[in-house]
Design a protein around this ligand. Structure first.
Ligand code: FDA
Length: 389
């Protein structure tokens, strides 16, 4: 095989590795992906009847405080000035999220300043008298008090996990942000925005290099095609960004994930909800949120009589479902350690990205971690020094 590196997966992790190795080291990289499109979960496409850009695998908002990542991504795309804000509907009323002074004063019908609001939440959070929370419900109460927890967190979390929070471990939530200002920006990062020409244009520019070949519809484990695990491993170095348990034939058991079902509709109205993301906090509404994609790009010339909305439903993933969020039970963590041992023994194969490491990674984290892998493992290898591993 006439390539210097095979990258399995064309998401942000795989493309960052491929682009750096091709550009900095002048090496030939073959990127394969089993999906029919590039870009992993950040892929977006144009809904054909409206021209509106839709994020096929859930809303993707770019944000980072990592200056190296920000400089790197700006080589491939400019960003709009979009600032993400999320609202939530609870019992027929709309509140700002994350919980901030505006949310608190609207909810308690009060006019507290920061100090009074802080004192109120502290008093309500003391309900358990310092006892160690035994489950997620108690954890929520001990972090922000019962009224705010039950209104904004409990039902949403129950829907995300399809489990009563009293039966979920406290460890799922370590903190619940409350802002004692009226700042309702969703992210705290230095940089934020959406790619001006969309995600797919950005991802395609990363792959657009004479040393990079991308083969779509190519599963690494399909031995009937020429770039399969059996042919490649041991012959050419590999960066693998698929599920780590799949690589080892689930030898240590399955790692568990939550998945999402998306119900997309084109509606004959110019604006359905007036904002991009509306959460639904109450348990009697079956979906967790509604996305309205036109609001991600107010600068674009979208039709004023039609819009695209997607309702999002959360559940445990089964075989064949898209893995979205690692669940990380105690059993998962044990299995992950066993897979890490196996991975460490696999010669010239590096595991990365959200599936390869079984970690939730934001896009900037996936890109940052790919840049580190190039620095620490791939650059020395291609410069004639030792590491790949
Ligand atoms: P990614 O999953 O993107 O790519 C892996 C690729 O490997 C896939 O294309 C897959 O097809 C391929 N593959 C797997 N097995 C294979 C095999 N056997 N053979 C060939 N190819 C194989 N982040 C953020 O910064 N802001 C946000 O708003 C969001 N929003 C968001 C919403 C939802 C619902 C999710 C699940 C995730 C987010 N993210 C996010 C996170 C973002 O999606 C994530 O950072 C990137 O997808 C990570 O890129 P990777 O390359 O690691 O994986």
């Amino acid at each position: 095989m006439d390539v210097d590196l095979v990258v399995v997966g064309s998401g942000f992790f795989g493309l960052t590795v491929a682009e750096r190795v091709a550009t900095l080291h002048g090496r030939k990289v073959l990127v394969i992906d089993r999906r029919p499109h590039i870009g992993g979960n950040a892929y977006s496409e144009v809904e054909p009847t409206t021209g509106i850009e839709v994020h096929r695998y859930g809303a993707h908002l770019f944000h980072t405080s990592n200056e190296r990542v920000w400089e790197y991504v700006n080589r491939f795309t400019a960003f709009t000035s979009y600032v993400h804000r999320v609202f939530t509907t609870h019992r027929g009323e709309v509140f700002g999220m994350p919980i901030n002074l505006g949310t608190i004063n609207q909810f308690f019908r009060s006019a507290h300043g920061p100090a009074a609001a802080r004192a109120l939440v502290r008093e309500q959070a003391a309900e358990l008298g310092g006892a160690r929370p035994q489950n997620l419900d108690e954890q929520g109460v001990s972090l922000i008090g019962r009224p705010l927890y039950e209104a904004f967190i409990r039902g949403y979390t129950a829907k995300q996990w399809q489990t009563d929070p009293r039966d979920l471990p406290a460890s799922i939530i370590s903190r619940l942000p409350v802002r004692y200002t009226y700042d309702n920006r969703y992210f705290n990062d230095t940089h934020e925005g959406l790619p001006v020409d969309g995600y797919t244009a950005w991802l395609e520019r990363m792959a657009d290099h004479p040393n990079i070949e991308v083969r779509l519809g190519t599963d690494f484990f399909d031995e009937s095609q020429p770039v399969s695990k059996g042919d490649v491993v041991g012959n050419v170095p590999v960066v693998y960004t698929g599920p780590v348990d799949r690589y080892f034939d689930h030898a240590e058991g399955d790692l568990s994930w939550r998945t999402l079902d998306f119900d997309q509709q084109v509606l004959d109205v110019g604006d359905f909800q007036g904002t991009s993301v509306m959460n639904y906090a109450d348990e009697d509404v079956p979906f967790t949120r509604i996305l309205e994609f036109r609001h991600f790009h107010p600068e674009r010339d979208y039709p004023d009589d039609r819009t695209v909305v997607t309702r999002e439903y959360s559940r445990f993933a089964e075989h064949g479902d898209e893995p979205y969020y690692p669940i990380s039970t105690a059993t998962d963590r044990e299995r992950l350690l066993a897979y890490r041992d196996l991975a460490a023994r696999e010669r010239d194969v590096l595991f990365g990205g959200r599936l390869g490491t079984y970690r939730y990674l934001d896009m900037h984290m996936a890109i940052g971690s790919a840049l580190s892998m190039v620095d620490n493992k791939l650059a020395p290898h291609f410069d004639g020094g030792a590491p790949l591993r």
